[in-house]
Unconditional design. Structure first.
Length: 117
């Protein structure tokens, strides 16, 4: 059975704010077509609980929750694990380190900034 991925971002009332996350989810769906990909937000959007329920309803066997944060602050260390536990998903769930702690992303950001000279 396929794996699900929940991409978790902070959230904002401004709809323009979520556009990069929507593009990321669409790109990931193309790269991992056998996976279920869902966006969730801590505020102002689909919740972690809703995202997990949607993936379970699609029949995934497990879920990776990927925090779309640059570092591991309170939301990553406390809020996301608490919200996952409260959702009581019917499948195993793992929570990855925040995406910003991956060396490849740090290099990509540095490359993007240096290209703006």
């Amino acid at each position: 059975m396929k794996q699900g991925i929940v991409l978790v971002a902070h959230g904002s009332r401004d709809p323009e704010w979520s556009r990069p996350f929507e593009r990321l989810a669409a790109a990931l769906e193309k790269k991992l077509p056998a996976h279920g990909i869902v966006l969730a937000y801590l505020e102002h959007g689909p919740s972690i609980e809703e995202a997990l329920a949607a993936l379970v309803a699609k029949g995934v066997g497990s879920v990776r929750v990927i925090p779309l944060f640059l570092g591991a602050g309170g939301h990553v260390k406390l809020d996301i694990p608490r919200l996952v536990a409260a959702a009581q998903p019917a499948v195993p769930v793992t929570i990855d380190q925040p995406i910003g702690e991956q060396a490849a992303l740090i290099e990509a950001i540095a490359e993007g900034i240096s290209a703006l000279r």
